[in-house]
Every structure is written in C-alpha cells, then in structure tokens.
Unconditional design. Sequence first.
Length: 261
Amino acid sequence: MPGSYIDTFPWKKFGPGVLSLPTFGLFFCVIYSLRYYFEEANATHCNVWNFLPSISAAAGSREPQMSVWWYCIVLHTPGRYFTACSHLVYYNTRTTERWKHVNYPWIITILLFNFVEITALLLLTLVTSTSDFGLHKTSFITFLFSSVAYMLGTIWLHTSLYSHTAQAKLGVSLRYKKMLFTFYLCCLLGAAYFYWRHNTYCEPSVYSMFSLCEYLLVLTNVGFHCNAVLDLTPTGLPSSSSSDVSLPRLLRKFLYTCRAV
C-alpha cells in the first residue's frame, strides 16, 4: 500500500546518521576553536575569563569551523524534512478510522512546527549574526519557540496514542520524550539565566556556563529527534488498515476537517 516504506525503510541507520551531522559539527567547531583560537573564541564585551565559546563564536567566525558547521546543517536538512513528512504518514497509519478525524489538525500542526524548526535552524546557520543580526536573532527565537512547540505537540500526541493503544514500546518512547523535553526546558532556562547574569554582572566563566547550556540544548534536541525517528521502525505502533496514506490525500483530509469544525 502507499506509505508502506515506513515499515521497510532503514530508520535505525538513517535517523542517527542524519542527526550525527550537527552533533559532529558542534564538537568539531568547539574543539577546534579551543585548540587553535582559545582567546579569540572566548572573548566577550567585558573582557572577563571564559573557558567555553558560544556556538556562534565557535562556528560562525573563522574557517574551517564555518564551513564544517554550514555543511553539516545544510546536508542534514533534507533528511530532516523527509523524516517530518514520514511522521505524518506514520501517525495516519497508526490510528483507527474513528479516532483519526479528531487528530488530523493536530498532526498537521505538529508537522508544521517541525518544518518551521528545521527552516529556522537552516536560516540561523546561513545568516550569521555579523551579516544580518536582525534575521539571525529572529531565526534563533523562532527555532527555540518552534522546537518547544514541536516537542510539546509530539508528547501530547504520543500520550493520546498510548492511551489509545497501550503499547509497551510507545510507553517507553513517551517516557524518554518527557525526560528529554524536561531537560531541554531546564537548559533553556539555564541559558537565559546565565546570559542575563553575564550581561548584568560580567563575572568570569558565566558566559561559558551559557555556552554549556547551548551545547546541551543542541544535544538534547538531537536526542529528542533521534527518539522520534526510532518511532518509525517496524517495532513501533502497529499499522492500521488505511488504504491511502499519501501526503496529498492527508492534506486534503486536514482541510476538509478544518472546514467541518
């Protein structure tokens, strides 16, 4: 049937492979900057000592870090879009007909938040803070907002699915998602706090704590999406007997449902 690639595609290799690119890019840029440009990468406006550079300082100011980070993000983006679309098919085939009409708008909304997150990350990478600070800042805020919205929506949807199917594997996946999302929020709040403290008091090492929270935000985001990709494996939710799960048909159903509401 259309969409059966969900159960045959090698998600266990594809997902971690795609998501390893930004992880590699992050570690390469930080380690390379610390090794060769320690003073420059850790410089701040108030000239206090720091030991970890921010991601923008590590990846957006010098070569080869700029190119490595740029290629890692750009190359992994098509795979992220493909995975986002595959999740729409996945959720459609894992729900019964009597339950689907309630969740079409939510499934599409979650997918849109995922697309916005991916696009914002791409813009954040292509447009540096030095070339266009306004667009860079807007992309960063959009990325944070859409990533939180996507995670919340995914957790809500999986909670609904779990209550509907009570499958053990889905329950384990849901617990991991909740833990990763909680840690993501903690890192986000930590980053905001250390950024404020650095700009208010200019204390040594505080900006490095902000940078550490940035790293953890990226790694937690990667972990959440990797967990979501592994949901697509054949051992995930059992498929329903849907006869047509093509994306155009799902979008038409979504618009029809919205009009009905």
